[in-house]
Design a protein around this ligand. Structure first.
Ligand code: SF4
Length: 268
């Protein structure tokens, strides 16, 4: 819907992590540089998600396996290609995904749903992308975020909160129906489940409207170099990605109380 400020989980994460990264991504108009870092973990995550999408579409585990195999066999992905530990890990994760898929007895299902919930009176659209949505007999729903790495519970919850709102809005879920929000870790087997009601959706929408207003009012987008710089696509264009060797802001002994610390650190 035109004229509304669209807010997504990725936008909020970027704004929290580094405002300069947010500025590069959403405001600068610059073309995003190609990803410099290709890691086995990243390829496993992308490949397994693609395979799970295919599995959800066709219901045939063979189709997802072929999708994953073809993706990892690409020459650019040789660090996770056949014969590597990463390839075997990816196939093992997908096998667990097939078991998870088989355990879900839903009436209908949607893979990688990308949808939104407009709030015209507040000039904001809450947009969400979720790995899978299922509708069950009786009218209840489930949204799933597949995980292939370590769990970050608060990040998963935030993603699923938005997915819950988007599904409830797009599919006109009855007010008294619940939506089960599941973070399903294919690596650890952990299933993090929350049962969300309409009042949870209202709280999420209110929260994201507040964040959207905060972002829209932001004038300064300073860099906050952090551990994520190594994975930031904008690093080639960002002069702040490396901290200066010496600056007036460095901490020195003069800034610190006491003089009983051994010179050079605790082991000196
Ligand atoms: S490289 Fe680091 S400091 Fe620069 S925009 Fe990215 S996250 Fe921010």
């Amino acid at each position: 819907m035109s004229g509304l400020f669209t807010i997504t989980h990725s936008m909020v994460q970027s704004y929290e992590r580094c405002r300069k990264q947010y500025w590069f991504t959403y405001l600068s108009g610059f073309e995003r540089p190609p990803d410099e870092v290709v890691t086995p973990a990243g390829l496993i995550g992308t490949g397994v998600h693609r395979a799970m999408k295919t599995l959800c579409l066709t219901g045939d585990p063979e189709d997802g396996a072929r999708e994953l195999d073809a993706y990892l066999r690409m020459p650019a992905h040789d660090c996770a290609g056949p014969g590597t530990d990463a390839f075997d890990r990816a196939m093992a994760l997908y096998a667990r995904g097939c078991e998870a898929h088989a355990s879900i007895a839903s009436e209908d299902r949607w893979p990688e749903l990308d949808t939104w919930a407009p709030v015209p009176s507040r000039a904001v659209t809450v947009r969400a992308r979720i790995d899978r949505a299922d509708r069950f007999a009786g009218g209840s729903w489930q949204v799933i975020d597949w995980k292939t790495g370590h769990d970050l519970d608060e990040v998963t919850d935030a993603q699923l909160d938005l997915g819950h709102v988007a599904v409830r809005t797009s599919f006109r879920v009855p007010r008294d129906a619940t939506v089960r929000a599941v973070g399903w870790n294919l690596r650890s087997g952990q299933v993090r489940e929350r049962v969300l009601r309409r009042d949870d959706a209202v709280a999420t929408v209110k929260r994201y409207i507040g964040i959207a207003y905060r972002i829209q009012a932001t004038k300064d987008f300073p860099a906050t170099p952090n551990r994520a710089c190594g994975f930031c696509a904008w690093r080639p264009l960002c002069p702040d990605s490396e901290p200066p060797a010496v600056s007036e802001w460095d901490w020195s002994d003069d800034d610190l109380p006491g003089d009983d610390a051994p010179a050079g650190g605790p082991s000196a």
